[in-house]
Design a protein around this ligand. Structure first.
Ligand code: HDD
Length: 695
């Protein structure tokens, strides 16, 4: 690797490092640098007397504490972030003049923040919601912020509706219930009255709204943007992030339970993956197309409720994003990072998508309140690595110390600098605009059902089942019957089978078919086709107890680790279990401190005494039954099969046995270990008859 490849990332690292304060090994001082004598006792008049106003250390300490909170983000308040880099595969100079998209030898430093939309800062990670996927590229030409989501479309077509959709989905105004959930009247009231939401809501009801991991989630820029090359030629572009680990989801029952067992599930997973060197990786994909190609599509590319099927315009993979460093301080970095959709560099431009146009105002504006003034770009995490020179000045928290006499342009005092850079500066793409000023939606935005139907038609049977269950759950929580009925009528315009299935679950009248399903199919939209060949990052619980056969445990652990999975030994109590041969086997956690929902698979090794202990532990038996119910691989070695019987797992046909592995006594052979790795990689076995499993 050349110095050049390393350079930009280390520039940002060096910049951040220059702000880092290392308190370790230091004596305590006040904010003014005055040495502190004692921080445990306030200064009093006499040992039982009143605290004195003179105690400047006490007053400073309490004053700082009283003002620790800043307003949380209006949306996307709950999030976690990481540092990393972006590197291109080959030059895109044919399409763009953006430096970081033309030079494959550059490593552009990035900070990525993942988030949920609805909940407050302290809400759970695994709620049914859209996930934010916001990337700040610190390029040599300034910051480029790609502020996307894990779904390629949005609820609304015009930014003026954003406050409405967010008010509707957030907790209801009279009682602030529910937290981080869309299953309530105001959301579905709005949705049922604003049919442009239909396509995005279909995504929200799908498994995409329950990502297993941020490292197993796609990202999308949503809008059509432009790339502009050095000759000024524009090409339309849709941005995609494609996770190396594939796109995988939780199931709804599991997601709800995780919200209680470990509300930090996705945050912890991201943190631990980076700490353990399993750096999350994504490829940047581009759908590139001309205005003529756009004109031939049967929808408007300026409408953010529509996606361009990959089968029509393929996704070209052009570079990779690697997240390789956790933040040093959550507040300083993850909380204070300010993404702004208007942050683009030369070579990247906007289109007239009315949602995008509104966002160009909102993000800059929101930072004023959130970060307390106009100088938020000077906060270390927001500072570009590109030099900043202009005549902007003053305001709250102005950290720069400009050495200059002229603070205006033109000037003769400072040699007329800093100087506007003409063609080397950012040139807005000179698209033609003309027309009367009107408040209306274009006719080309009028179809709200075809792509919702396309999404539905593209799903596998198990994905469809999950979508129906999600509508039933969400609408089942809606109190007002007329809202449920309105939604079923909309669903009927998408697909009669869907509407009937949802209606049956809600106890409302099943609608007659009024139209044919208006959608086509885009096979690329189904998660069923995701690559499932590697178990990378999957957590496997190995249930052990005293008397376990150590020979059946060791090869499991070694094989799973070698394949990039994360095996953990769980036992009735923490510490160590004594294996059948008398050796102590260290355990990772007591089983009661975790739950099956926090793992992707479960294995019960051999050892009669251990299996008997596990069979007698209701929590452990439930662990296995619940993993089965959530369609996860379950494996039993030798006497471990007693737990299968205790958990009362369905058996007898291929569907019931899918992903259920058994091995003879003692050390498992290569064949079994291979099957286990394949099953863990496959992730879920949705063909199982799980509805009757009580767990
Ligand atoms: Fe937004 C935050 C993504 C439409 C107004 N938005 C925010 C974040 C993400 C998105 C990922 C969190 C960034 C972070 O981690 O700090 N938003 C989207 C996407 C949209 C979208 C993909 C549609 C394609 N947003 C949208 C509209 C508006 C906003 C139409 C307003 C007109 N969004 C905001 C905001 C936030 C924000 C209020 C809150 C905090 C912030 O910006 O920094 O300005």
């Amino acid at each position: 690797m050349t110095d050049r490849e390393q350079a930009p990332q280390s520039v940002k690292d060096a910049q951040l490092a220059s702000y880092q304060v290392d308190n370790r090994g230091q004596g305590m001082t006040t904010d003014q640098g005055i040495p502190v004598q004692d921080t445990d006792n306030s200064l009093k008049a006499g040992d039982r007397g009143p605290t004195l106003l003179e105690d400047f250390h006490f007053r400073e300490k309490i004053m700082r504490f009283d003002h620790e909170r800043i307003p949380e983000r209006v949306v996307h308040a709950r999030g976690s972030g990481a540092h990393g880099y972006f590197q291109l595969y080959e030059s895109l100079a044919e399409y763009t003049s953006a430096d970081f998209l033309c030079d494959p030898s550059l490593r552009t430093p990035v900070f990525v923040r993942f988030s949920t939309v609805q909940g407050s800062r302290g809400s759970a990670d695994t709620v049914r919601d859209v996930r934010g996927f916001a990337t700040k590229f610190y390029t040599r030409q300034g910051n480029f912020d790609l502020v996307g989501n894990n779904m390629p479309v949005f609820f609304i077509q015009d930014a003026i509706k954003f406050p409405d959709v967010i008010h509707a989905v957030k907790p209801e105004p009279h009682n602030e219930i529910p937290q981080a959930a869309s299953a309530h009247d105001t959301f579905w009231d709005f949705v049922s009255l604003q049919p442009e939401t239909m396509h995005h809501v279909m995504w929200l009801m799908s498994d995409r709204a329950l990502p297993r991991s941020y490292a197993m989630m796609q990202g999308f820029g949503v809008h059509t943007f432009r790339l502009i090359n050095a000759e000024g030629r524009s090409t339309f572009v849709k941005f995609h992030w494609i996770p190396k680990l594939g796109t995988h989801s939780l199931v709804w029952d599991e997601a709800q339970k995780i919200a209680g067992k470990d509300p930090d599930f996705n945050r912890r997973d991201l943190w631990e993956a980076i700490e353990s060197g399993n750096h999350p990786e994504y490829e940047l994909g581009l759908q590139l197309f001309t205005e003529e190609e756009a004109a031939r599509l049967d929808f408007d590319v300026l409408d953010p409720t529509k996606l361009i099927p990959e089968e029509i315009i393929p996704v070209r993979r052009v570079g990779k994003l690697v997240l390789d460093r956790n933040p040093d301080n959550f507040f300083a970095e993850t909380e204070q990072i300010a993404f702004c959709v208007q942050n683009v560099v030369p070579g990247i431009g906007f289109t007239d998508d009315p949602l995008l146009q509104g966002r160009l105002f909102s993000y800059l504006d929101t930072q004023l309140t959130r970060l307390g003034g106009p100088n938020f770009a000077q906060i270390p995490i927001n500072r570009p690595v590109a030099p900043v020179h202009n005549h902007q000045q003053d305001g709250f928290h102005f950290d720069a110390v400009p050495a200059r006499e002229a603070n205006y342009h033109p000037n003769s005092i400072s040699g007329n600098t800093p100087t506007p850079q003409g063609d080397r500066g950012y040139v807005h793409y000179p698209s033609q605009v003309a027309g009367p000023k009107l408040r209306l939606r274009p006719e080309s935005f009028a179809d709200h059902y075809s792509q919702a139907a396309m999404f539905w038609n593209s799903m596998s049977p198990w994905e469809k089942k999950h979508i129906v269950a999600a509508y039933r759950f969400e609408l089942g929580r809606v109190v007002r019957k007329e809202i449920r009925q309105r939604m079923v009528e909309h669903l009927n315009r998408i697909d009669n089978d869907l509407a009937v299935a949802v209606a049956q679950g809600l106890g409302v009248a099943a609608p007659e078919k009024v139209t044919d399903n208006p959608g086509g199919r885009s096979p690329a939209l189904s998660q069923a086709i995701e690559p499932k060949d590697k178990p990378l990052g999957r957590k496997v619980a190995i249930l052990v107890a005293d008397g376990v056969d150590a020979a059946s445990v060791t090869p499991l652990v070694e094989t799973l680790k070698a394949q990039g999975a994360v095996p953990e030994l769980l036992a009735p109590v923490d510490g160590a279990v004594t294996a059948a041969d008398g050796t102590p086997l260290p355990v990772d956690r007591a089983i009661v401190t975790v739950a099956s929902v926090l793992y992707d698979a479960v294995v019960v090794p051999d050892g009669t005494a251990a299996a008997e202990l596990i069979c007698g532990d209701g929590y452990a038996v439930h662990f296995v039954a619940e993993a089965y119910k959530h369609a996860k691989p379950v494996a039993f070695i030798g006497a471990g099969a007693m737990v299968r019987t205790a958990a009362n797992l369905p058996a007898g046909d291929a569907a019931a046995e899918a992903g259920v592995l058994t091995s003879g006594a003692g050390a498992p052979d290569e064949d079994f270990l291979g099957q286990l790795v394949t099953a863990v990689a496959a992730h879920r076995f949705f063909e199982r008859p799980v509805d009757a499993v009580s767990a």
